[in-house]
Design a protein around this ligand. Structure first.
Ligand SMILES: [Zn+2]
Length: 365
């Protein structure tokens, strides 16, 4: 299997365009055509992880956090980033990161945390905006089903739990083929009227190429008429954080104890208890303080996340219990998630979960 086989599969699940602007997900070191013997999965990509890949015979490391965030100008082995990258290059080990794009999908990092906490009816906490587009095209009656099916199969037409969503209305199309045209219907230099169906559907922007290729392949006309509209609707299938409900309302201290053990946290830093049971819970793996307002607005009683700063804890204002579990702790199950995602598609491929705890934070208790 080539690196590109695995990367294109991962990117079909977590498209690179869903990553944040500051992020650097994707293939960081290596060439897409390289054959992979085995892959190592880790949360972080450190020098120790590269050593582990060498010892386990893995020539691909798939990590959640990218080892390279900013431009590297020098390679002098002066810090852990330079050392890890240089060691990987010297040993022909490819480095791949699947970071905020994996955070932003509905089956990603946060879904895994929700699963560990036993949350139900989970939804994206802060859905992506400006990601949806509308496709309108005009198809002769004889080809409507074929064209509609092609664009739907390419991924258009999903709204919540519904697929194959489209709207179709019949009307009359007119056109006059020019001298060099080879029209599917009508004659050159004659105005033609054709009964056509206006088919409209929606798709997320990252599927645009796939949807258009499907449209153009299935449509019988030489020149396909279609319109693409940006939509300001939110895209509820992708975005930051998640929110869900516990099966039964739980005493708040009991909930914190449960969340601590479910996520394997050594310490939980939390705001004052509110004297109310916890039923609705918001989660965000890693740094989640930017979602505090969204968590409160979603009616969450508790927010399970990490990396809150001192002053940010004050913002709970008695409206929610912020529970900071630690960055590594909240995201560690991402390794398991990646393992399952890859195993499902490539059951015979050799993948290893790292045996190294890369958490740079130690606790003195
Ligand atoms: Zn993280």
């Amino acid at each position: 299997m080539k690196i590109s086989d695995i990367s294109s599969y991962l990117e079909s699940i977590a498209p690179l365009s869903l990553q944040e602007d500051y992020d650097n997900s994707g293939l960081i070191v290596g060439e897409p055509d390289t054959l992979i013997h085995a892959a190592l999965i880790s949360l972080d990509c450190t020098e120790d992880i590269v050593d582990e890949a060498i010892s386990k015979g893995c020539n691909l490391i798939i990590s959640h956090h990218p080892i390279v965030f900013k431009g590297l100008k020098k390679f002098n082995n002066k810090n852990y980033v330079e050392r890890a990258v240089m060691k990987a290059i010297k040993h022909d080990i490819a480095l791949y990161a699947i970071h905020t794009n994996l955070d932003h999908i509905s089956g990603g990092v946060n879904a895994k945390i929700c699963e560990k906490l036993g949350l139900q009816n989970v939804q994206i906490l802060s859905p992506k905006k400006n990601l949806l587009k509308k496709l309108v095209t005009f198809v002769p009656l004889c080809h409507v089903e074929r064209v509609r099916n092609a664009v739907l199969e390419a991924g258009a037409g999903h709204i919540g739990n519904y697929s194959d969503c489209s709207f179709n209305v019949t009307g009359t199309g007119t056109f006059k083929a020019g001298e060099n045209a080879d029209p599917f219907v009508g004659k050159v230099n004659e105005v033609h009227q054709e009964e056509e169906v206006r088919v409209e559907t929606i798709y997320p922007d990252y599927l645009e190429r796939k949807v258009l290729v499907a449209l153009l392949e299935a449509h019988p006309y030489e020149e396909v008429a279609y319109d693409l509209y940006p939509l300001s609707n939110s895209f509820y299938q992708a975005g930051a954080g998640m929110v869900g409900t516990l099966q039964t309302a739980t005493d708040e201290m009991q909930f914190l104890q449960f969340a601590k053990s479910a996520l394997g946290a050594r310490v939980v830093r939390h705001t004052a208890l509110r004297g109310k049971p916890v039923r609705r819970v918001a989660v965000c793996g890693g740094s989640g303080s930017f979602l505090l307002k969204a968590a409160i607005a979603a009616g969450a009683d508790a927010f399970v996340t990490a990396d809150f700063k001192y002053h940010e804890f004050f913002d709970a204002e008695g409206k929610i219990i912020i529970s900071d579990m630690g960055h590594f702790e909240s995201e560690q199950f991402t390794q398991e998630l990646l393992f399952d995602i890859i195993k499902k598609k490539f059951p015979n491929f050799a993948i290893h979960l790292t045996a190294i705890d890369t958490n740079p934070i130690n606790y003195l208790i």
